[in-house]
Each structure stands twice: as structure tokens, then as C-alpha cells.
Design a protein around this ligand. Structure first.
Ligand code: SF4
Length: 235
């Protein structure tokens, strides 16, 4: 069976988390975790969906979502309907704030902050916001994830100030992976925990206002210059 979909239709489905496979007639459906966690009951429901409509496999993604491959085109509506009934979230594509990722800093002995709580707060507030391009956010608990922090459009990473031993937060701007990979740049200024949501709002608003269609934050920074971007954000 052919997918019989135009490129535009495939793109629109992909933005909703329904991805046409190269195997004709089959789709992969992407389910959103809560910053990396599913409840055990959700996992059981996902396994059941995979058995019923897929090929029994579930795969994990770098943004901590879970995908069920090999869903037939004619079963997509049923999967969506059953997912809604079970309160499973499908999505995570398009030119939006994507699924927020967090390291295990909430339970890890190295964690300087409750990464799960902070990432959920950010996701609840910003996930799905429509922007000029995709926008990826990461929350990390210590410098062991420095490299990961460099790979998101916006990352938060706590460090200990050695002069007073207080925890303060570095904000990384403009990282991206893919064929035009670029490392994010940490802002000069460091922030306190109670300032973080406001800073995230300012960064996203800055991107929203200054990016051209489809331009990633990395490109905006390269075009405008990190000093000016940072000074506008902290104004
Ligand atoms: S980045 Fe640090 S806090 Fe987070 S999981 Fe790794 S070691 Fe733990």
C-alpha cells in the first residue's frame, strides 16, 4: 500500500508526531514523556499499543520520547483515539518548543539542582509554543553534561560559585546538532534559580522576534552577534 501523501501532508503529520516511514504504508508515532519519565501504567499502555498496532517494538529517542514504529496508515486514527483515552501524548515536532530534556540530576548524587522539577516547569509553560523554527531546551544537573548543554538551542546548567559556594546557573545559547552542528555559547552572566523562568521567557521571546522563518537560534546569533543577543536578553 502506498502512503499516497504529498510532501506537505507528510510534513504536517510529522509536526504532530506521526512520521512516514520509508516502508510504504507504515508510520512511526512519537509519544512524549514528561522530561524523560513515563508512569509504569503509561509504559504498559504503550507496550499494548505496540503489540496491537505495531510490530511489538518501541524505540527511545534522544529527546526522551518513545516511538512506536510500523503502524499502518489505516490504524493511525485508532492509535490517536486510544492514546487520548489513556492520556498518552503524541507530538513533539514542527517549528515549536520541542520536548524539554533533563538529566537525572534530581536523583543523581552529582546533581546541584532538581532538574526534573525545573524542566517540568519549563515544559508546562513553553512546550509547543509556535516559533520561527524548532527550539530545543535542556536542563542539566552538573558540568558532566557540559557537552549536552552545548547541543541545545537553550540549556541550563548549575555550577558552584567557588567564592561563596552558592549554586548559580549558566545559560547556554544557540547550540544545534544535525548537518550544521554548532556548540552553544554560555552567557557571561550567571543567574539565580528564581530568575530562570523569566530568562527562558526572554530568550524564547528574543528568538521569536528576531529569527527569520526557519532560521535556527544558532544562525540568529551568528548573524547578530552573541554580545548583542546577550545584552538584549538581560536588558
Ligand atoms: S549531568 Fe551531572 S547531575 Fe546530571 S546525571 Fe550527569 S552526573 Fe548526574
Amino acid at each position: 500500500m502506498s502512503n499516497n501523501l504529498t510532501a506537505e501532508e507528510k510534513k504536517s503529520l510529522k509536526a504532530k508526531g506521526i512520521i512516514a516511514q520509508k516502508q510504504d504504508g507504515y508510520f512511526t508515532i512519537r509519544f512524549l514523556s514528561k522530561v524523560g519519565y513515563f508512569k509504569s501504567d503509561e509504559m504498559i499502555e504503550l507496550a499494548n499499543l505496540s503489540k496491537k498496532y505495531g510490530n511489538g517494538e518501541l524505540s527511545l529517542t534522544s529527546r526522551l520520547t518513545l516511538e512506536i514504529p510500523y503502524i499502518k496508515k489505516e490504524d493511525i486514527d485508532n492509535v490517536i483515539k486510544e492514546s487520548k483515552e489513556k492520556k498518552l501524548r503524541i507530538g513533539g515536532g514542527g517549528d515549536t518548543v520541542r520536548a524539554v530534556i533533563a538529566c537525572k540530576g534530581s536523583v543523581c548524587t552529582h546533581g546541584l539542582t532538581d532538574t526534573n522539577k525545573l524542566a517540568i516547569e519549563i515544559e508546562d509553560r513553553f512546550f509547543g509554543r509556535i516559533l520561527p523554527g524548532k527550539f530545543k531546551i535542556g536542563v542539566f544537573g552538573c558540568v558532566n553534561s557540559y557537552g549536552k548543554a552545548q547541543s541545545n538551542d537553550l540549556s541550563i546548567l548549575p555550577v558552584r560559585n567557588l567564592s561563596n559556594l552558592e549554586v548559580e546557573y549558566k545559560i547556554f545559547l544557540g547550540g544545534r546538532l544535525g548537518r550544521q552542528a554548532r556548540l552553544a555559547i554560555p552567557m557571561e552572566k550567571r543567574f539565580k534559580e528564581n530568575e530562570l523562568i523569566e530568562v527562558v521567557e526572554k530568550v524564547i521571546s528574543y528568538y521569536e522576534k528576531n529569527a527569520r522563518t526557519k532560521e535556527r537560534f544558532a544562525e540568529v546569533i551568528d548573524r547578530i552577534g552573541i554580545e548583542e543577543v546577550e545584552s538584549e536578553i538581560i536588558k
